[in-house]
Design a binder for this molecule. Structure first.
Ligand code: HEC
Length: 472
């Protein structure tokens, strides 16, 4: 624990702020050491586990630990989903990926580094977004803040807004790329190393603080205590609240998609009324998608939930589509997908899609120093619902982006893509945000010590735009 939290001195002065933030995270009980005079060049830097603005109380137990011993090699495994045609059998494919995500992780309650079957890993630098979104990893489970659920997003009975928080993790092959991007000689992330190996897998558990009275299908779901905001006003301080598992996302780098996006995305919804003895048996696939069907404009401006049969690059579970007037009891159903019926999960925005947002995982790669860390824009968040979606921007956000890391242009700027990993582009954004000149000390007094002390007199810089599921 102690060594995990003590910053290893890096020579590059430019990362000093990042390192000092890491020490702040050591408030969990580690004594921050003075920067060693001679840096151990080969000792890897340790990334903080949780948001230093919201540390655990002294003596807290069960503090989230970032799984960050990223491997450099991986075994030549075979994977059960490789034998399944995801276009013909999307449910079976997703079930097989889900089983893999759960194997060994359920036993250790998703302390994924303790998994006795195979280890999983967390992406770094999601612990602190510079307070712009206030969504840094909370200290109990490593959850980061997700898009807020609006009334009727999740259920006919939902009258209140709800906070959503999630934690994702990568398998060993995926983590090889995390290590290549983040453990660099000069300490700066290298997005050009993002390209994920075939069968890299990312899984993500998404929790909500909505009650079962608001969302009846959350009955008997998995709960955690998370240290989050008291309510959707996101006022500090964070407090302990019960959160309920609502959605589970997966992404697989599938070699059968190598010529296009490279990835198959899938999502599940928890269904309290489904048969099955465990929570995991009651996770129902919402759909799978491997492309954005650029030519399909049919129903792009249609609100509500429907299956768009014009789509060829997504499979949607039609039995989950809400039938009006039906008494669902505690059965799950969905009230929207993404734009034009493209795949998105219950907590996601109805004007986007998994593939659309994730294809735009990228970080500024042009010459302007002040834009370093700037993420690509993922979606038109200003459109509250499909009927007001500006179709003039459809091509920009639904055109296919090839897998692998490479240069893309967006609104005249050059970006290096991070191969559909928004955890990489978000982490890179947060890292560069931490190097920016912070606002004057008076503004940051409540969180003094968390930012570099040297830049008090320098003018504040505009924060970099955030990478979150919503834009607000
Ligand atoms: C509005 C944009 C947006 C949409 C739509 C979206 N995501 Fe994401 N997703 C994000 C962001 C931002 C992150 C990184 C932040 C985090 O994990 O806390 C992320 C992270 C993930 C991760 C963790 C690994 C990674 O790639 O970063 C998975 C897996 C994932 N999403 C799957 C999905 C699936 C499946 C869907 C569709 C059902 C989806 N996402 C829809 C924005 C989006």
């Amino acid at each position: 624990m102690k060594t995990a939290l003590i910053a290893v001195g890096l020579i590059a002065a430019t990362v000093a702020t990042a390192v000092s933030q890491e020490r702040t995270a050591g408030a969990a009980g580690a004594t921050p050491a003075a920067a060693p005079a001679t840096a151990a060049a080969d000792a890897p830097v340790r990334f903080p586990s949780y948001d230093p603005h919201y540390p655990p109380p002294p003596g807290a137990r069960d503090v989230f630990q970032l799984s960050q011993d990223y491997p450099t090699t991986f075994a030549d495994d075979t994977f059960p989903w490789m034998a399944i045609d995801f276009k013909a059998f999307p449910t079976e494919y997703l079930r097989s990926v889900l089983d893999y995500c759960l194997e060994g992780n359920v036993d250790v309650d998703f302390k994924v580094q303790n998994n006795r079957v195979r280890k999983w890993y967390h992406a770094p630098w999601l612990h602190d977004d510079g307070a712009q979104f206030g969504g840094g990893r909370e200290w109990r489970r490593g959850l980061t803040r997700e898009r807020m659920a609006r009334p009727l997003d999740l259920h006919r009975k939902q009258t209140e807004r709800a906070q959503n928080w999630a934690v994702g993790f990568y398998n060993d092959r995926g983590a090889v790329s995390l290590g290549k991007v983040w453990r660099t000689a000069d300490g700066r992330p290298d997005p050009s190393k993002s390209t994920f190996a075939d069968n890299s897998v990312a899984c993500k558990l998404l929790f909500t603080d909505a009650s079962t009275a608001q969302i009846p299908y959350l009955s008997r779901t998995k709960t955690w205590t998370a240290n989050i905001y008291p309510d959707v006003n996101y006022n500090k301080p964070r407090v302990d609240r019960t959160v309920r598992l609502l959605q589970l996302d997966v992404a697989v780098k599938d070699p059968r998609m190598a010529d296009t996006t490279g990835w198959v995305f899938g999502t599940f919804i928890y269904d309290g009324g489904a048969p099955g003895p465990t929570v995991w048996d009651r996770m129902i696939p919402v759909g799978a998608s491997w492309g954005d069907d650029l030519p399909v404009r049919t129903d792009a401006n249609r609100d509500g939930v429907f299956v768009n049969t014009a789509l060829t690059q997504a499979r949607i579970t039609s039995s989950l589509v809400e039938r009006t007037g039906w008494n669902y009891g505690n059965r799950a159903y969905v009230m929207h997908h993404g734009l034009g019926g493209r795949l998105n999960g219950p907590i996601d925005s109805p004007v986007s899609s998994c593939i659309s947002c994730h294809g735009r995982a990228g970080t500024y790669a042009g010459p302007t120093a002040s834009k370093r860390g700037q993420p690509m824009v993922m979606a038109v968040f200003s459109a509250a619902k499909p009927s007001v979606y500006p179709m003039a921007q459809f091509d920009e956000f639904f055109k296919p982006i090839p897998g692998g890391s490479h240069i893309e242009t967006q609104t005249g700027d050059r970006y290096m893509t991070t191969d559909y990993s928004l955890q990489l582009s978000a982490g890179i954004r947060n890292y560069y945000q931490s190097l920016r000149t912070p606002p004057p000390v008076a503004d940051t007094a409540p969180r003094a010590g968390s930012v570099g002390a040297t830049s008090v007199s320098a003018p504040a810089q505009e924060p970099l735009r955030t990478v979150d599921r919503d834009g607000n």
